[in-house]
Design a protein around this ligand. Sequence first.
Ligand code: MRU
Length: 368
Amino acid sequence: MKIGNVPYRSVWVDQEDGWSVHIFDQTRLPWALDILRLTGRDQVAHAIRSMQVRGAPLIGAVAAYGLALALRVDAADAAMERDAALLADTRPTAINLRWAIERMLARLRPLPAEARVAAAYDEAGRICDEDAAQNEAIGRHGLGLIQEIAARRGEGATVNILTHCNAGWIATVDWGTALAPIYMAHDSGLKVHVWVDETRPRNQGAALTAWELGSHGVPHTVIVDNAGGHLMQHGAVDMVIVGTDRVTRGGDVANKIGTYLKALAAHDNGVPFWVALPSTTIDWRVTDGLAEIPIEERASAEVTTVTGQTADGRIETVRVAPPGSHAANPAFDVTPARLVTGLMTERGLCAASQAGLAELFPERAGEA
Ligand code: MRU
């Protein structure tokens, strides 16, 4: 996607700059567009843990490059396995992270140590290219749904879409998952408007989704997380589209905390609730999302504080809870498949069910 007139991906390698890995520091957006240059494993691990990079597909891609950087220091078997495990453990919920590291190891293990660095950069590059292509395909499939709603609403009507967290291009390598169909609808001349959940505690909606949509000229309105149900009751939401960090073989969806409440409200109001994902987000080994998906618990300070920009341009973090109050911070929740209208994948749309996923991905359906 473009920033101004310059096309960017969310992660790239600069060969002339020592094959360093570049990302946008998402803890600084939307106030500053800082590019970080990552040159080692620990820098990559820190970037993922501190959420300088975030979003399920993107942390997988960046971790893959992290392994390439680590191999430049030591490409022997023991070091490679240690560094891969360290990178895979940086965040627990998004399966894309583990998927990317497992894919890297599958390519690298059979190779002699001296061939591993080049192969690792190559494989990480393939992961990035495939993610961008998959998200573009998700966008095309989702666009069909938005077109259907627009046709039903009648000439000139605006399609109102609610989204939670940030599942846009900076959460992936390019395009985004939930936002890809929205960008395509807007680019094709359809009238779309997005209700952007602010997404406390880290405000990925207010900070990142609003920044993305605004940069692309997509009309949007930031709302507090609790406004969605009210808007649905009053007919102001035509559909919900969210991304996800892990989908079970049966269609349960782990996503940013608060997604479940949006799904309940959508169900109660007959609003279609769609989840957009590349197949790298499906955990074929997991059946029961509630019981089996690990939910990241993050620092309580994320809840007791907010970060923003002062009138004179400084980025500051201030307390919103009294000192001494405890805070809990589960970062994700699980929406049961029964509340999900359908899944948008790179192969098309399907029901959030074992049968639905098996129809689109027959080659994976036998895995347990
Ligand atoms: O904690 P985050 O910001 O990494 O959480 C991100 C989300 O919940 C996204 O919806 C999900 O990763 C899908 S990104 C295409």
